[in-house]
Design a binder for this molecule. Structure first.
Ligand SMILES: C[S@@+](CC[C@H](N)C(=O)[O-])C[C@H]1O[C@@H](n2cnc3c(N)ncnc32)[C@H](O)[C@@H]1O
Length: 251
């Protein structure tokens, strides 16, 4: 059953199946055999897969309901990225899922960026996130920094894995591809991408540019990236750099 919460996000009162049981996930794997190993890390239903997961599972996140946390863990296990960046952390749910996978891979590090107290809407305290990282035993794999999503690329060289979750709109998607497509070697993850997510109250109420139409532009302008959307709410856009990357069609 889905009802509207006061914040304008669907409020699911019944347990929904995890994202990896959705047909959009099967489509993603069909298109990208390189992700085949990902199933090794995904149980038939949400469950504890790695040490310390129970602590991270207590953190509030719109990703939690449909099991996206384990998906981030499994993606990092399967792709073995060395250099990772996440922008938009809130309490650290997705950041710590990825960090746990780096720990279990035995290689890699993730830099987490957020505005923290400088973000005027729903945000977490930087000190609280820093403490959470320590409490999760993942401090050796995570660096915490404060920066605006539009400035982070200026501080970074090449990265393998990028995840952006800053109340994304179509504008966020355009900026991320402009700034990061040349710098990312494996995967760009962006919260959102589904029609349901484009129609949440705050997107409509504040006239925010929808993501769906931008995806069509990005597929045309960045042919070296294969762009898929995992549909379960809040949805996730998964852009994988294709081995036959042929350069940009336009700039
Ligand atoms: C939806 S929350 C992130 C949720 C998180 N990824 C999780 O796993 O639950 C959005 C975060 O983006 C941050 N944020 C919003 N606008 C930002 C911006 N322009 N630059 C950097 N961070 C921003 C907010 O402070 C907030 O912590």
């Amino acid at each position: 059953m889905v009802t509207e919460s006061r914040a304008g996000w669907p409020d699911r009162t019944a347990a929904a199946p995890p994202v990896w049981l959705d047909p959009s996930f099967s489509d993603l794997l069909h298109r990208h055999p390189v992700l085949g190993a990902i199933r090794t890390y995904l149980p038939p239903s949400p469950a504890s897969v790695f040490p310390g997961q129970a602590v991270i599972d207590t953190l509030p996140s719109s990703y939690a309901d449909r099991g996206y946390g384990l998906l981030f863990y499994a993606l990092v296990r399967a792709l073995l990225p060395k250099s990772c960046v996440e922008i938009g952390l809130f309490r650290g749910y997705s950041l710590l899922m990825a960090a746990a996978a780096l720990r279990d891979n035995g290689v890699g590090a993730i830099a987490g960026y957020d505005l923290f107290e400088d973000y005027p809407y729903r945000h977490a305290q930087r000190a609280q996130v820093a403490q959470q990282i320590v409490d999760s035993g993942l401090a050796a794999w995570v660096t915490l920094r404060q920066a605006d999503v539009h400035a982070v690329h200026e501080h970074c060289g090449g990265v393998d894995y990028l995840h952006v979750d800053v109340s994304n709109t179509g504008e966020t998607y355009r900026a991320v591809f402009e700034h990061w497509a040349p710098k990312v070697s494996q995967v760009i993850l962006l919260e959102g991408g589904s029609r349901e997510r484009d129609n949440v109250d705050w997107m409509l109420q504040y006239g925010k540019p929808a993501i769906g139409p931008v995806l069509a532009d990005l597929r045309r302008d960045y042919p070296e990236w294969s762009i898929s959307v995992l549909e379960p709410f809040p949805s996730l856009t998964v852009a994988l750099k294709t081995p036959a990357a042929g350069g940009r069609a336009s700039s």
